[in-house]
Design a protein around this ligand. Structure first.
Ligand SMILES: [Zn+2]
Length: 479
């Protein structure tokens, strides 16, 4: 199957996205695509100071030339996270209140409004967002368009994340990074000349975000077997069937090779389509992403700079590959199910533990809320453990066919120019180890660590990663 056939097949799986154009110079098609989906409407090109000169200005000119009433909004910042303040800003932009939007953007002490009150009545007077930029701008346009009951168009400027085509926007609200449900863009127009010319570290970040689907897939398999979240076949195949081949050329990705970057961008887009098909981010992320969420929520900086989503996810992905290496060393065919069930804590005990783990964290209730959602009673745990025990060898073999050993993944990250040691994003191994209790508890999604808690191997798994000779040997801490 060539790229065109794959994309056509993938679009059939995508529920929101109707057009995915990728190639040299395709940004010229944007006005025509806009007219197809939004006849008679006004456009607003949303970009930032980095993406305006790279592509925004050109897209704006195309729209004006085409006679579409078009405004622009340029976010006057070099770096910013997807925080709620910027959602309120883009909500104003869509309503045509550009001065109001600027005032919010420039307000250093902005108090966040209630996320639940953000929905407006749709109106033909509102501007249709044309997002020109990387992942954050796209996420802002995505959620704000949803607030106004309308669709939008996206023109990515880097193969840096899989969020362009995903269902949902990952935004920090009240200090907690969360995924707000909202439809993906109706059209993605990926000008590959622009994308391949993006800063090398952005492409490397995208490579790492795609690589995360390797351990994330393995954790979804576990959740499926544990009857927590069944695998959605369409969502699984659209991404996982091509994932290995799209990760296979990190050296070409690092070199900015046009075909390799196109393949990478396609992989990231398919990941988004998988999320559309599943109506959840389950196909694309599990614990591999949660280390990054902790770093976002604590405003982690290295050498004064926020670290990109993909760079943070690189370390989470490697850490989970290491966790699976340790998992495969175990023999779970003989676990004492009765003893495990007898030792299983009550919901109240788990809530208490979650309170302690998240004490002093910017979102102190997060663990409590999530464990309340995902707690299983002793009888469910018994069934899960019996399934694990009775199928251990078969499960292990399937998981080994999915996940890469730490050493292999580390070599790939290194070749792709992505971080391959936590020190490269300014995180110590000790700090990474300390994140584990939060990672286990911070999302309602069943993960490998939840299985470890049930079957009594959680401590061994975590200690194993950081032991002498382990993947992140604490004694080999790099500064
Ligand atoms: Zn991601």
């Amino acid at each position: 199957m060539d790229t065109k056939e794959r994309i056509a097949k993938a679009l059939a799986v995508a529920t929101d996205t109707k057009v995915f154009e990728m190639g040299s110079g395709v940004s010229e098609m944007a006005p025509q695509v806009f007219r197809t989906f939004f006849p008679g409407r006004k456009a607003v090109v949303v970009a930032d100071v980095n993406t305006w000169p790279v592509l925004g200005e050109k897209v704006f000119a195309h729209f004006v030339q085409d006679g579409i009433p078009t405004e622009k909004y340029i976010i006057d910042k070099k770096e910013f996270h997807a925080e709620w303040k910027y959602i309120e800003m883009v909500d104003k932009v869509i309503e045509g209140d550009f001065a109001g939007a600027k005032a919010i953007e420039e307000d250093e002490n902005h108090v966040e409004a209630d996320a639940k009150q953000a929905f407006r009545a749709p109106s033909e007077d509102h501007y249709i967002a044309v997002s020109v930029g990387s992942g954050v701008i796209n996420d802002l346009c995505k959620l704000c368009s949803h607030h106004h009951g309308q669709q939008y168009l996206t023109l990515p400027t880097a193969a840096s994340v899989d969020g362009y085509s995903s269902f949902g926007a990952s935004i920090s609200w009240q200090n907690a990074k969360q995924t707000f449900e909202c439809p993906a863009p109706v059209a993605i127009i990926a000008d590959i000349d622009v994308i391949a010319a993006a800063p090398k570290e952005m492409t490397a970040a995208g490579y790492a975000d795609l690589a995360a689907k390797v351990p994330a897939g393995a954790e979804w398999m576990i959740a499926d077997w544990m009857e927590s979240e069944p695998i959605v076949p369409a969502a699984w195949h659209v991404l996982q069937d091509v994932l290995d081949s799209q990760l296979a050329h990190p050296e070409a990705v690092a070199a900015g090779d046009l075909a390799a970057v196109a393949d990478l961008f396609e992989g990231l887009t398919l990941s988004g389509f998988a999320m559309q098909a599943a109506r959840s981010s389950r196909p694309a992320s599990c614990c591999d992403h949660l280390f990054s969420h902790i770093l976002d929520m604590t405003h982690h900086r290295f050498r004064g700079k926020l670290q990109s989503h993909g760079f943070q996810v690189a370390i989470g992905t490697l850490t989970m590959c290491a966790a699976f290496d340790e998992f495969f060393r175990l023999d779970l065919s003989k676990i004492d199910v009765d003893a495990c069930v007898a030792a299983w804590p009550t919901l109240e005990q788990e809530q208490e533990r979650a309170r302690k783990v998240f004490e002093g964290f910017p979102a102190p209730d997060l663990g409590y809320e999530m464990i309340t959602k995902k707690y299983d009673g002793p009888e469910t745990v018994r069934r899960q453990l019996e399934t694990l025990r009775d199928n251990w060898l078969a499960f292990k073999e399937k998981l080994q066919g999915q996940v890469y050993p730490f050493s292999k993944m580390q070599a790939m990250m290194k070749t792709a120019l992505a971080p391959y040691d936590p020190s490269m994003i300014g995180v110590t191994r000790a700090a990474l180890k300390d994140m584990f209790p939060k990672v286990q508890l911070m999302r309602h999604r069943f993960n490998l660590l939840d299985l470890g808690k049930r079957a009594g191997f959680y401590d061994r798994l975590v200690e194993g990663i950081f032991r002498p000779g382990g993947a992140w040997d604490l004694q080999q801490e790099k500064s």
